[in-house]
Design a protein around this ligand. Sequence first.
Ligand SMILES: NC(=O)c1ccc[n+]([C@@H]2O[C@H](COP(=O)([O-])OP(=O)(O)OC[C@H]3O[C@@H](n4cnc5c(N)ncnc54)[C@H](OP(=O)(O)O)[C@@H]3O)[C@@H](O)[C@H]2O)c1
Length: 285
Amino acid sequence: MKRLLLLLDSDPMPNAYDIIVGYDGGADHIVSYGGITPDNVGALIDGAVFTRGPSEKKHTAMFVGGANMAAGEALLAAITKRFFGNFRVSVMLDSNGSNTTAAAGVAQIAKVIPLAGKKVVVLAGTGPVGLRAAALFAKEGAQVSLTSRDKQRATAACRLIQARFGVSPIPLEAIDNDARGEAIRGADIVFAAGAIGVELLDECHWRDERTIELIADCNAQPPLGIGGVEATDKGHTRQQKLTFGALGIGGLKLKVHRACIGQLFESSDQVLDAEQIYALAKSMT
Ligand SMILES: NC(=O)c1ccc[n+]([C@@H]2O[C@H](COP(=O)([O-])OP(=O)(O)OC[C@H]3O[C@@H](n4cnc5c(N)ncnc54)[C@H](OP(=O)(O)O)[C@@H]3O)[C@@H](O)[C@H]2O)c1
């Protein structure tokens, strides 16, 4: 029986990355849909859960993607709410690589620095990756601040995290590199989650900050997110700080993503969201 993955994307066009990794993770065939919302997902769920017998349902799984974390969370909630009894299939949420990237980044950092009590600043944390990373750091007991160029967006992001995870990062407005340089004063760990191709800090903003033990960046496209940190860094030492770049994080991210897809097809009752994906990333670190 073929392993079928329904890729449900909240954006108009399904994401090519998620399709390719879906195949590499073990799907035999991927049926991808764009523009999926809680209002139009019902028929797709019914199609997935009513077509195969109880022992066969594990060969069908769902993946929720898209650039909007809140939209992804709403879709996941709508999907799991519609399941009943045995009429369910395993489902994974990873809007814009949010869970897999944040899990891979935080797990690698947690391996080298115990996070409880550490001051962590998540720069440009209002996107999917930053939202999940801030939540995972806070769940590990870190004191987390989250920056945005706009205070209202930072506050809204922290509210979203509070509602979903029960932890409360501190929202900070930081409109440019100098302001973000101010925001990282006194921090132990800096995690840059800014948009692709956007530099958030110059090297001069962090190299002399004595408290900073580790600095990590998710952006792989030049200009990189943190001046002075290379994309391939994976526990390098620069300016007496440990550094992780986007490719240093991305290797584990890809492995975790593939492993999650494989895991979806092991049973029909799994929901892979931040906590489950982070646990897997930690076990693979
Ligand atoms: N390494 C990997 O394996 C991997 C995997 C997936 C994603 N990524 C990378 O992870 C990063 C975060 O992804 P994402 O989807 O969460 O990002 P995103 O939503 O595209 O952007 C994150 C935040 O960046 C801020 N931003 C946008 N333009 C900016 C600008 N010109 N100057 C300063 N800040 C700006 C915005 O925050 P405000 O508007 O609130 O300021 C935005 O919410 C991206 O660089 C992505 O490419 C890496």
